[in-house]
Design a protein around this ligand. Structure first.
Ligand code: FES
Length: 169
C-alpha cells in the first residue's frame, strides 16, 4: 500500500464520517422541528366582527368570542361574557323594546343585567358585579374601526375602563 492510497482512504473515511454526522444533525433538526406546530390554536386577539350597521341597537352576542356588543345608536361597547368568578359564560337578561311609537320600528334587545348560570353571580348592564362570588366586573375591550374596510375591530387583549365607548361620527 503506498502513501497516496492511504491518504485517499483516510480522506474518504473522514468524508464518510462527516456525511454521517451531517445526516444525524439533519435528522435531529427535523425531529426537533416536528415538535413545534406549524399553526397556533390560540384565538386571535384582534378580531373583525362586522360592519357597525350590521349590529342592531341593543345587544348582540358573539358566541365565538364570548362577547356582547352593546349598541346605542352611534355608541358601541364590547363587554366580555366570561364570568370573572370561574369563567362560565354569562347570560344577558334582556327586555325587548321598539323605538318610539312607529309600529314598523325594529325591535331591539336592551340588557337589564347579566347573570352567571354556574354560581349565581349577577352584573349590572354596564358589567359591574353586584352579587355572587364574582370578584370584579366583566371585562370590557377596546373597539375600533378597521381602516381598510370599516368593520368593527375588537382587541381581546386590550381591556378598557368602564367609561370607554366607541362613538361613530
Ligand atoms: S363561574 Fe360565574 S359565578 Fe361562578
Amino acid at each position: 500500500m503506498d502513501g497516496d492510497s492511504q491518504t485517499r482512504r483516510s480522506f474518504l473515511s473522514r468524508l464518510a464520517a462527516a456525511a454521517g454526522l451531517a445526516g444525524l444533525a439533519a435528522q435531529g433538526g427535523i425531529l426537533v422541528r416536528s415538535c413545534v406546530p406549524n399553526v397556533t390554536y390560540d384565538s386571535p386577539s384582534t378580531v373583525k366582527i362586522g360592519l357597525p350597521e350590521s349590529f342592531a341597537d341593543g345587544l348582540t352576542f358573539l358566541p365565538a368570542q364570548r362577547l356582547f356588543i352593546v349598541r346605542d345608536s352611534k355608541v358601541f361597547r364590547a363587554v366580555s361574557a366570561v364570568c370573572t368568578h370561574l369563567g362560565c359564560t354569562v347570560h344577558a337578561d334582556v327586555q325587548q323594546l321598539t323605538d318610539g311609537p312607529d309600529p314598523g320600528a325594529r325591535p331591539h334587545l336592551q340588557v337589564q343585567q347579566f347573570s352567571c348560570p354556574c354560581h349565581g353571580s349577577r352584573y349590572r348592564a354596564d358589567g359591574t358585579n353586584i352579587s355572587g362570588p364574582a370578584p370584579r366586573p366583566l371585562a370590557r375591550y377596546r373597539l375600533a374601526l378597521a381602516p381598510d374596510d370599516g368593520q368593527l375591530v375588537v382587541n381581546l387583549t386590550d381591556e378598557v375602563g368602564a367609561s370607554f365607548v366607541l362613538t361613530l361620527s
